[in-house]
Design a protein around this ligand. Structure first.
Ligand code: NAG
Ligand code: NAG
Ligand code: NAG
Ligand code: NAG
Ligand code: NAG
Ligand code: NAG
Ligand code: NAG
Ligand code: NAG
Ligand code: NAG
Ligand code: NAG
Ligand code: NAG
Ligand code: CU
Length: 672
């Protein structure tokens, strides 16, 4: 009933399309609970539903409207906290509505209600998803569309849809039982069971002939990137992540997790016809490719329900030389993968407002991305030496409960392993990100669109070929009108440089949008303009937010350690796992787990489990193995046939060996 009220409001909003003068409140009442569905037709599973709906309701409003969403968490059996991030929203003056628990709010427990209340200051294509650990791949995500007076391009009709990956288990179970464990020392990410288009498989979308469509596409997946193309037709890119661009013709585009595009596509004169479009998974992200995973999916735009639609055959992509990165290359059908497909380089996009390159930065930070193991044997993800470990008090609440502006401007109080960078109001900020990992990563900054001013190609097959960003030795020319977006992919063993103006006081999360990597700690915090934040936020946090903290027994005052007496005393703060003992490398952990598995087959796991009772015991055992030289060498590992059967190797055998060549070892000693 409540929902139909919301739908009516939504309809009336659409009727007054455009005029900011008619800005209105869109009030929604959402009850979040489990529902059992079968989106891929392969397995029924529990998913998160809103008002009993799955797929979740599409959020839609006009620029200038206010969204007021009351979320009732009814996630029981299994119990789950809730939170919602409206991805890409600046949340200017509403940092507390941004979503990430322990950063801007407390997790909202079952039987509690939480109010999000913010204005839509932007237009374009966005999405929303929970930011509570390990939950958005359970279906808690959907596209969000904001309409505008006059976008700088013309079209007749619009079609919006999502692309995502899909798992058959609850994500918390995959994470706790398989992913973040000692038994997965290389940090091999769980590979999805299916790839969905608009939360189903092989949909047909009705279109009219002779019509220009604005296709609004969001990758709401947890992990996978997709190449999208329409067989035999080009399209025109006009928007990336809510930033309108000069029209750019493309035959295919790569959409990483969390990215969005609008593309214009014009249908032909024919009736009773279909246009095949294709979603190809970037299989270089997968360490193993299960036989039954369909890596490329077809869907259709059809002018008639009965129009003939042909499915993609295995050879179709291969035979379409227009898609090849290098059509002259000699690649056998069985070796042809998504890595051989060409796609549009988003770095070349020019925002239609032609906002020029920002001036040289006032503040610059350089971070290095590494994935490696800590003492518990688990594979974590790091910026520099830090794997993000949240504070005891949500960081926004630490800013406003600090005794004075000077204390709030000192990053120490936010905790060591939250990895805070304090930004000064209105500074031009530059972030240099050097990726020492063999995988590509889509990085997302909350609260801003940033300018992407450098994005290097992958410089080599392994880290030994890699050198980080260095403008003194590299021939770097910044674009005149850099592409802006909120989620940017860094290539394997490569780097990017981004810039923005610190004109939005708030605590903004910066993290990899592969949910697995966020779980591994690939995140840091920008504490932007704390003095100005204190003026804005000191008395405006609504009661429902405090109530969530009370219900979850999360302290709301004090520094990262919840110390309210002395903000510089961080005793008791949450800390990441300890380093591996000196002399024991992450490669050793990998080898040790494998040798246990190989030596004792199934029993190895049990034995290993016994050893891992306490970190100290583990360390002692680990050192024992190292000193007794029972650890196989890298060569042994590459050659051992048992190991070739381990699920850490993709079809081309690339990833696993790359991972062993990572700059493993003691975290602080592997710089350069
Ligand atoms: C919900 O969040 C609280 C506070 O962070 C945490 O203690 C609790 O374990 C979480 N509950 C679930 C079911 O994850
Ligand atoms: C939520 O409320 C219902 C009804 O009062 C109760 O049965 C359930 O145990 C509560 N759940 C939690 C997690 O407190
Ligand atoms: C939403 O926020 C606005 C601005 O702070 C406030 O005036 C309004 O009362 C809020 N509405 C609700 C329902 O909390
Ligand atoms: C995709 O799914 C959403 C939610 O069910 C729906 O509103 C939308 O119309 C669908 N897109 C197309 C092109 O059918
Ligand atoms: C499609 O676009 C590409 C540029 O991305 C261009 O090279 C090619 O000629 C176009 N093809 C057609 C059929 O227009
Ligand atoms: C599409 O446009 C062409 C050329 O203007 C016209 O001949 C044709 O009848 C149109 N098709 C439809 C279905 O309206
Ligand atoms: C398309 O899917 C098939 C079957 O999953 C796979 O063998 C093939 O490599 C895929 N092609 C690309 C380009 O990913
Ligand atoms: C479209 O074509 C198919 C065969 O190609 C035919 O079976 C169907 O009836 C046609 N539909 C219309 C609306 O003409
Ligand atoms: C932050 O506080 C610590 C502890 O009082 C102090 O050592 C440090 O110099 C301060 N940093 C800045 C930038 O003021
Ligand atoms: C540096 O790059 C610019 C622009 O791409 C090019 O014109 C110039 O020749 C390059 N210089 C060197 C030394 O490579
Ligand atoms: C936030 O609002 C201020 C005005 O209060 C404006 O100057 C600033 O540009 C805005 N920042 C963003 C990111 O929208
Ligand atoms: Cu990542």
């Amino acid at each position: 009933m409540l929902f139909s009220r919301a739908t009516t409001l939504l309809a009336s909003t659409l009727a007054t399309f455009g005029a900011v003068a008619n800005a209105k409140d869109i009030e929604l009442d959402w009850t979040v609970r489990w529902k059992t569905v079968n989106p891929d037709g392969l397995k029924e599973r529990q998913v998160v539903s809103i008002n009993d709906q799955f797929p979740l309701p599409v959020l839609r409003g006009n620029k200038g409207d206010r969204m007021i969403i009351t979320v009732h968490n009814q996630l029981e059996n299994p119990v789950r906290n809730s939170s919602i991030h409206f991805h890409g929203m600046y949340q200017n003056h509403t940092n507390h509505m941004d979503g990430p628990p322990n950063v801007c709010q407390c997790d909202s427990p079952p039987n509690s209600s939480f109010v999000y209340n913010f204005t839509l200051d932007q237009d374009g294509t966005y999405w929303y998803h929970t930011h509570t650990s390990e939950s958005y791949p359970d279906g808690y995500r959907q596209i969000m569309l904001i309409d505008e007076d006059e976008p700088p391009f013309e079209y007749d009709e619009e079609l919006s849809f999502t692309m995502s990956d899909w798992y058959h288990e609850l994500n918390e179970i995959i994470t706790k039982d398989d992913f973040l464990t000692l038994y997965n020392p290389t940090g091999a990410e769980p590979v999805p069971q299916s790839l969905l288009i608009n939360d189903t498989i092989q949909p047909k979308f009705l279109v009219k002939p002779n019509t220009t469509y604005r296709l609004r596409i969001a990758n709401t997946g947890a992990f996978s990137g997709f190449i999208f193309y329409i067989t035999g037709h080009n399209f025109t890119i006009v928007e990336a992540d809510g930033v309108y661009t000069d029209p750019a013709e493309a035959s295919s585009v790569y959409i990483a997790a969390a990215q969005r595009y609008s593309v214009l596509f014009t249908t032909g004169p024919d009736t009773n016809t279909s246009y095949q479009f294709v979603q190809v998974a970037d299989s270089s992200l997968y360490d193993v490719i299960p036989d039954d995973l369909r890596l490329n999916n077809t869907a259709w735009f059809v002018t008639d329900e009965t129009a003939e639609c042909s499915d993609l055959s295995r050879e179709d992509i291969y035979n379409n030389k227009d898609l090849w990165k290098d059509p002259t290359e000699d690649i056998a059908l069985d070796d042809f993968t998504s890595e051989d497909i060409a796609y549009f380089d988003d770095f070349t996009l020019v925002p239609s407002d032609h906002m020029p390159l920002l001036p040289d930065p006032d503040q610059e930070f350089t971070v290095k991305v590494v994935l490696t193991n800590l003492l518990d044997g688990v594979n974590y993800a790091f910026f520099n030496d830090i794997t993000y470990t949240h504070a005891k008090v949500p960081t926004l609440y630490t800013v406003i409960s600090a005794p004075d502006d000077e204390t709030a401007s000192n990053g120490t109080i936010y905790g060591a392993d939250t990895h805070p960078y304090v930004l000064e109001h209105l500074n031009v900020v530059q972030l240099v990100l050097n990726n020492f990992d063999s995988g590509s990563h889509p990085f997302h900054l909350h609260g801003h669109h940033f300018q992407a001013i450098v994005r290097a190609e992958s410089l080599g097959g392994s880290d030994s070929d890699y050198y980080p960003y260095d403008p003194s030795t590299q021939n770097v020319t910044f674009p005149e009108f850099p592409m802006r977006r909120d989620t940017l992919v860094v290539k394997p063993y490569s780097h990017f440089v981004i810039r923005w103006v610190a004109d939005n006081p708030g605590v903004w999360f910066f993290h990899c949008h592969i949910e697995w990597h966020l779980t591994q700690g690939l995140a840091l915090l920008f504490v932007e303009a704390p003095t100005q934040m204190r003026q804005i936020y000191t008395n405006i946090i609504p009661q429902s937010h405090w109530d969530s903290c009370t219900a979850n027994q999360v302290p709301v005052k004090g520094n990262a350690a919840a110390n309210t007496e002395n903000f510089f005393d961080l005793n008791g703060q949450n800390m990441q796992q300890k380093d591996l003992p000196a002399g024991f490398t992450a490669r050793g952990i990998v080898a040790l787990v494998f040798s246990c598995v190989c030596a004792f087959v199934g029993m190895g796991f049990l034995i290993w489990y016994g050893l891992s009772d306490t970190p100290d015991q583990l360390a002692a055992e680990a050192e024992h193995f190292v000193h007794d030289e029972e650890v196989p060498s890298e060569n042994d590992i590459d050659n051992q046939s048992d190991l070739n059967d381990q699920p850490f190797r993709n079809e081309r055998g690339k990833r696993f060996t790359d991972r062993l060549r990572r700059p493993f070892g003691h975290r602080s000693s592997d710089d350069n």
